[in-house]
Design a protein around this ligand. Structure first.
Ligand code: S3P
Length: 179
């Protein structure tokens, strides 16, 4: 327990921030998507493609349950993991949720020409898709102890801000927003 879960939309920096944060805290870092890929023996894109999104979500749920049993780890989650309230409840029982955000233009810019996110595979209409998913998921992303906008911050700066917040926020629940 005492885990730190990084949640938030695709390309908000969860993996990069997670690595820095884990280093700063002297804790192991795990990426839920990497764990899902390792267990499945195929990429997230292939799981979506061959088995479908529902099967990906079932695997995501099982993997998160396993990760929630860890002690003192920094865990980055896939952008859709918090949509299922059962996942949020499991993570909350196992640690704190820190949600990284970014504005749609920043997300679009960071994604560049990458094609590895099945939900944003269609380059046409990508911005509209980002905006609609952000809208649909707003409440799920808002359900976190700390929310940090990463649009104008480097991964190191975000990690430092989280370390600072953790140092002063041992008593939960605390809701905070660093904009
Ligand atoms: C998803 C986000 C991805 C990955 C999958 C679905 C989502 O993770 O889990 O493509 O539903 O937002 P990242 O947020 O690490 O890109």
């Amino acid at each position: 327990m005492n885990n730190v879960f990084l949640t938030g939309f695709m390309a908000t920096g969860k993996t990069l921030v997670g690595r820095w944060l884990a280093q700063r805290l002297g804790m192991p870092f795990l990426d839920a998507d990497v764990e899902i890929e390792r267990e499945a023996g195929m990429s997230v894109a292939d799981i979506f493609d061959r088995l479908g999104e529902a099967e990906f979500r079932a695997r995501e749920r099982r993997t998160l349950e396993r990760l929630c049993a860890l002690e003192s780890a920094v865990i980055a989650t896939g952008g859709g993991a918090v949509v299922d309230p059962r996942n949020r409840a499991a993570m909350r029982a196992s640690g704190v949720l820190v949600c990284l955000t970014a504005d749609p233009d920043t997300i679009l810019g960071r994604l560049g020409s990458s094609r590895d996110r099945p939900l944003l595979a269609d380059a046409n209409g990508r911005e509209a898709r980002i905006r609609s998913l952000l809208g649909e998921r707003a409440a799920a992303y808002g359900d976190a102890e700390l929310i940090i906008d990463t649009s104008q911050r480097s991964p190191e700066e975000v990690a430092d801000a989280i370390v600072e917040w953790l140092a002063g926020a041992r008593v939960l629940p605390i809701r905070n927003s660093l904009r």
